[in-house]
Design a protein around this ligand. Structure first.
Ligand SMILES: Cc1cc2nc3c(=O)[nH]c(=O)nc-3n(C[C@H](O)[C@H](O)[C@H](O)COP(=O)(O)OP(=O)(O)OC[C@H]3O[C@@H](n4cnc5c(N)ncnc54)[C@H](O)[C@@H]3O)c2cc1C
Length: 436
């Protein structure tokens, strides 16, 4: 959608194909948080930032990987893109200043006011319609049209069941990764095949396979975003703001599992390797703050998934562990949160400080959110072969493209990395196509 806006801004005509009933995919399920380094919103909030700082932050989180240049391209275009979305296309994005996100040294994520990705995609769809983008839903692309060593369009399956060829000057693969494809997961991320998938149904990886067949080079294929705390009985995410404000996470035995401050993605690996479910414990200050700011949290509360426990005895009963073990966990974490030294797991940041009764607890389990590996692209989002040459006519963004979250595993993911390459590469692709 971002690519469609940029290309139609430049006078091109764009057809957007969506195989499901509505366009939006994982982006709709996300919190809609987009990183932007050096935006005017940051300046207005007195926050100093720059693309170089963003690059440093992201590479520190991800460690070395196979598409490090992409981090620079995303950081350098991020502020311009966010301001363009807000100013030219009235996409509602506000800088989140109340806490820093995983992997970012300064507040730089820009999100819809209620941090609901559905509002981001609704705004993008409205803007696409206003810009004259033609949108066909329930119309899957089923393959690429290749002529003379170049991609010249796609074959689609019409609702009638017939297939039809659609020729185009350029094709952008924006069909996300392979989180919902067990076969591809078994090939590239076998350790996550059995972890429940909580992303959108459409992420079945065909875009990556088609590009691979065209000779695309692949990178970072073992990387993914996990999420440590999907509220088990709600089937929806428990906001990580709870942890950033000081919540702790324990296993069924009432003992902590590790340093929660590594982030929701990295901590998903920690949970998955030790327990099938976990319990996030917060206090009333955290509960009230997140409920005030995040309607999605209120939904989970309304479903009865964050019950109150007036003291350790009640809390232990809710978790099903012994009161003695839980009391010890709470005492130790109170000591750690009161002091400045790192605790036994290395956590130093306990947000608002020690937890105080009454407590609130959410039963949760780790989930697979989206894959971060895919095809290599150049600085115009053109898909490239292993010799670095672009495949003529073929672009990729978002989950189809190799991401910026490290080479393997979930611990290289910084908040916003998913939408960064979805919107960011879309912006570069749309502008490049617009310039042709
Ligand atoms: C719960 C959750 C929270 C998240 N929160 C964040 C966040 O706050 N910030 C962030 O940066 N990232 C977040 N992510 C990750 C982020 O959502 C994804 O990385 C990003 O949305 C990927 O965008 P995309 O455009 O590649 O794919 P999508 O947004 O999934 O769009 C792809 C679309 O293509 C369609 N499609 C697939 N195949 C075909 C086909 N053959 N023909 C036609 N259409 C097809 C799909 O149905 C889908 O609608 C989150 C993910 C989840 C699951």
């Amino acid at each position: 959608m971002v690519a469609a806006l940029a290309a139609t801004d430049a006078g091109k005509s764009v057809l957007l194909l969506e195989k499901l009933d509505t366009a939006g995919g994982n982006s709709t399920l996300s919190t809609g948080s987009l990183p932007g380094a050096g935006t005017r919103f940051q300046r207005e909030a007195g926050i100093e930032d720059s693309p170089a700082t963003m690059v440093r932050d992201l590479l520190r989180t991800s460690g070395p990987h196979e598409v490090e240049d992409l981090v620079t391209w995303m950081a350098e275009s991020s502020a311009e893109m966010i301001e363009w979305l807000v100013d030219k296309h009235q996409v509602g994005l506000l800088l989140i200043t109340d806490y820093k996100h995983v992997g970012h040294s300064v507040p730089r994520l820009h999100a819809p006011a209620d941090r609901n990705g559905a509002n981001l995609t609704a705004d993008l769809l409205r803007a696409c319609e206003a810009n004259g983008v033609e949108i066909l839903t329930r119309t899957p692309a089923v393959g690429l049209i290749e002529e003379d060593d170049a991609v010249r369009g796609v074959t689609v399956e019409l609702q009638s069941g017939q297939s039809r060829q659609i020729h185009a000057g350029a094709v952008l693969l924006a069909s996300n990764g392979f989180g919902n494809n067990k076969e591809l997961l078994a090939r590239w991320i076998p350790e996550m095949v059995d972890t429940p998938y909580f992303g959108a149904a459409g992420s079945t990886g065909e875009g990556i396979s088609w590009a691979e067949q065209q000779g695309a080079d692949l990178a970072n294929v073992g990387a993914y975003q996990g999420y440590a705390v999907v509220a088990t009985d709600a089937g929806d995410i428990l906001s990580w703001t709870t942890v950033e404000l000081g919540a702790i996470i324990v296993g069924p035995d009432g003992k902590r599992l590790g340093d929660e401050s590594v982030g929701y993605s990295a901590f998903a690996e920690t949970v998955a390797s030790q327990a099938s479910e976990s319990f996030t414990i917060m206090d009333k200050r955290i509960y009230d703050y997140v409920a005030r700011n995040e309607p999605r949290f209120v939904k989970i509360i309304d479903l009865g998934c964050v019950p109150q426990a007036n003291g350790v005895h009640e809390l232990a009963a809710r978790i099903g562990c012994t009161e003695k073990d839980l009391a010890r966990t709470l005492e130790t974490s109170t000591d750690s949160a009161s002091g400045s030294a790192a605790d036994e797991f290395g956590r130093t940041d306990f947000g608002q400080g020690p937890l105080e009764a009454p407590y609130f607890v959410c039963r949760s389990r780790p989930g697979m959110f989206h894959t971060q590996g895919g095809v290599k692209v150049d600085h115009h989002a053109r898909v490239i072969r292993s010799n670095g040459e672009p495949i003529s006519g073929l672009y990729a963004g978002g989950g189809v493209a190799a991401g910026i979250s490290g080479q393997t595993g979930a611990d290289g993911y910084a908040s916003g990395n998913g939408l960064s390459t979805a919107a960011g590469l879309g912006y570069l692709a749309g502008r490049h196509v617009g310039s042709l």
